[in-house]
Design a protein around this ligand. Structure first.
Ligand SMILES: NC(=O)c1ccc[n+]([C@@H]2O[C@H](COP(=O)([O-])OP(=O)(O)OC[C@H]3O[C@@H](n4cnc5c(N)ncnc54)[C@H](OP(=O)(O)O)[C@@H]3O)[C@@H](O)[C@H]2O)c1
Length: 342
């Protein structure tokens, strides 16, 4: 076998192995079923302002389109402006009446997060839904601009800072929501506050760090909800996961030249990005949703299907860990909640 062929076989085996591993670690946490909630169930969103991070592809793009189609002023917060521009053009071609704009946001840079928050606040005086969707998965060990381990830095700390900087606006928008996009992969994450960032790569595994960042998304969601309640705010925090959906998330896991070969296989294994976006959309706009709700697909092992309330694991409900993570996240990012200012 030549080297390229071996590469293809290894990549496909890795993809199948990952899917199998995730399946084996997931429990069937579906709480209700039998309903088929779709975008047809969405309320009218005219007059609402919604931010979607990482909206140029995958789940974020599908969610942004759904919000724009229902009349929301939709902000696609993206790190790559060329990709963002292309996504906006596609969105506008599909939905000519869309009220949508792109704004630069790199969650791996606290400077960028601050600039985004300032630019957003200069333009808008309300924020109805903040969808913390952007994410990277199973990348090799690396650090963000601020020295944070890349997956925790991007998936959790960047969104923690963003939410904190927009906190005052959320509190002043009755009925506002924060939606954090987690993953079934939270089940293989563990918090270790003695080495939260896998310093210098110590103990690092791409999957372990991804799992930790996705567990952090849920700890953050539930703690945020407790804090909204303590403040008596008419704002809530919800979470969602897309099951296993065909997006760009796994792109870097295989060499570029393998992707055209692996894609048909992935398509067989995964549901569409549009289906995968439904839990996020439901968590964002379903009038029946309550603070702390977590939505995922209703199919076997929550891999595919229509969005329903699901359960997350015990570790994600550990209040002491949630409070510790909050405190550490404030220290690391310099963003203090309560006032919404640093
Ligand atoms: N697809 C699944 O099966 C699955 C399963 C479980 C959970 N999820 C979660 O779903 C969310 C969306 O992922 P996806 O599947 O839609 O993958 P995707 O197509 O790769 O989308 C991820 C988005 O995040 C953006 N992003 C990455 N790093 C960023 C940064 N530093 N700053 C700003 N944006 C950044 C990407 O921008 P670029 O295009 O510039 O890279 C892209 O727009 C993630 O949180 C992921 O963990 C997905």
């Amino acid at each position: 076998m030549n080297k390229k062929l071996i590469g293809v076989v290894v990549a496909i085996a890795a993809g199948l192995g990952l899917a199998k591993y995730v399946r084996s670690r997931q429990q069937d946490g579906v709480m209700d079923s039998g309903e088929q909630w779709t975008t047809a169930n969405m309320p009218d969103l005219t007059g609402k302002v919604i931010i979607v991070t990482g909206a140029n592809s995958g789940i974020g793009f599908e969610a942004a389109k759904a919000f724009a189609r229902k009349g929301a002023q939709t902000i696609l917060a993206c790190r790559n402006m060329d990709k963002a521009q292309a996504a906006l053009a596609t969105l506008q071609a599909e939905i000519p009446q869309a009220k949508a704009e792109i704004m630069p946001l790199d969650l791996a840079s606290l400077d960028s997060v601050r600039q985004f928050a300032e630019a957003f606040k200069a333009e808008y005086d309300q924020l109805d839904v903040l969808v913390n969707n952007a994410g990277i998965m199973m990348v090799p060990y690396g650090r963000t601009e601020d020295g944070f381990e890349r997956q925790l830095g991007t998936n959790h700390l960047g969104h923690f800072a963003l939410t904190g900087l927009l906190f005052d606006l959320l509190l002043n928008t009755p009925g506002a929501r924060v939606v954090n996009v987690s993953s079934g992969g939270h089940r293989f994450g563990e918090m270790d506050f003695d080495n939260l960032m896998f310093e210098d790569g110590e103990g690092y595994s791409p999957m372990g760090a991804y799992g930790r960042s996705k567990l952090a998304n849920l700890l953050f969601t539930y703690e945020l909800q407790r804090r909204f309640e303590a403040l008596g705010a008419k704002v809530m925090a919800t979470a969602a996961h897309p099951g296993i959906s065909e997006t760009n998330l796994a792109n870097h896991m295989v060499p570029d030249w393998v992707m055209p070969l692996a894609r048909p296989l992935f398509a067989l294994m995964m549901q569409s990005a549009a289906m995968g976006a439904l839990p996020t959309i439901r968590a964002a706009v379903d009038p029946q949703a309550e603070g702390g709700d977590y939505y995922g697909p209703d199919g076997a092992k929550e891999q595919r299907g229509y969005p329903v309330k699901v359960t997350s694991n015990e570790a994600s409900h550990n209040v002491a860990d949630a409070q510790k993570l909050w405190q550490v996240s404030e220290q690391l990012t310099g963003v203090m909640y309560g006032t919404g200012r640093e």
